[in-house]
Design a protein around this ligand. Structure first.
Ligand SMILES: CC(=O)N[C@H](C=O)[C@@H](O)[C@H](O)[C@H](O)COP(=O)(O)O
Length: 227
């Protein structure tokens, strides 16, 4: 089965612990990934080459690899360099995701896409807008994701919900659509699919234990205050 068929209609679990937190270790990321596989995930999203190598050793599922970098002169964080894409594929990524926004960046999206394809992997465009997805599909991306909706100056939002309008807009473009970003409940995942997603990626609500704990701790504290 090809990678897109394996992902279609399935859940991708993004195993990205809170940076420098107690879970931010390759063996723990790999254990989270194995647990996600046991729970029925169709794929995984893994940040960093060491985490990807550790995960590939224990899980067979398709992996979307990324490298996040904080650059001094560009807001682009997700796989800004073609060299990172190559290293991710060498470590076992089937798909490499990259920032597909039209923002100042150290290397062109065309160069990154060319590298992903030369390494034999599929490219996933992490988009913020419909225009990003259109451009990415024209350039040959195999998957368009709503990953960056709400996270650029142009799309900044107070909403903490999934962007179903953008999912529907991507559906109309015709590529493989990944709903990603703020899919924090099973109901939101179902709404994302109903809006036209081919697959759904969930991160924080499954693998950032500190943040999930904060949601519950706040709710309990607020309820206690109302008593
Ligand atoms: C904007 C950005 O940098 N997104 C990142 C991309 O890899 C991750 O921090 C997110 O956790 C991931 O997209 C999944 O989304 P959520 O954690 O909301 O389920």
């Amino acid at each position: 089965m090809n990678v897109l068929d394996a992902l279609r209609g399935g859940l991708v679990v993004s195993c990205q612990p809170v940076d420098d937190g107690p879970l931010d270790r390759p063996e723990i990321v790999a254990a989270m990934a194995a647990a996600a596989a046991a729970g029925g995930a169709a794929g995984l999203r893994i940040e960093g080459v060491a985490n990807l190598e550790a995960t590939r050793r224990c899980v067979d599922l398709p992996i979307v690899g990324i490298v996040k970098r904080d650059l001094a002169d560009s807001p682009v964080r997700i796989t800004p360099f073609a060299e990172d894409a190559r290293a991710l594929v060498r470590a076992g990524a089937d798909i490499v995701a990259y920032d597909a926004t039209d923002r100042p960046r150290p290397e062109t999206t065309a160069a990154i896409l060319a590298e992903i394809h030369a390494a034999g992997a599929l490219a996933m465009a992490d988009c913020a807008t419909r225009a990003d997805a259109e451009r990415a599909l024209r350039q040959g991306a195999g998957i368009v994701g709503t990953t960056l909706s709400g996270y650029t100056d142009e799309t900044a939002t107070d909403s903490d919900d999934v962007d179903t309008d953008l999912i529907s807009a991507f559906r109309a473009l015709g590529g493989f659509v990944m709903a990603e970003g703020r899919v924090n409940t099973p109901d939101r995942a179902a709404r994302a699919m109903a809006a036209g997603a081919d697959a759904v990626t969930v991160g924080t609500a499954l693998t950032r234990l500190e943040i999930m704990t904060g949601w519950f701790a706040d709710a309990v504290r607020q309820a206690a205050g109302r008593r």
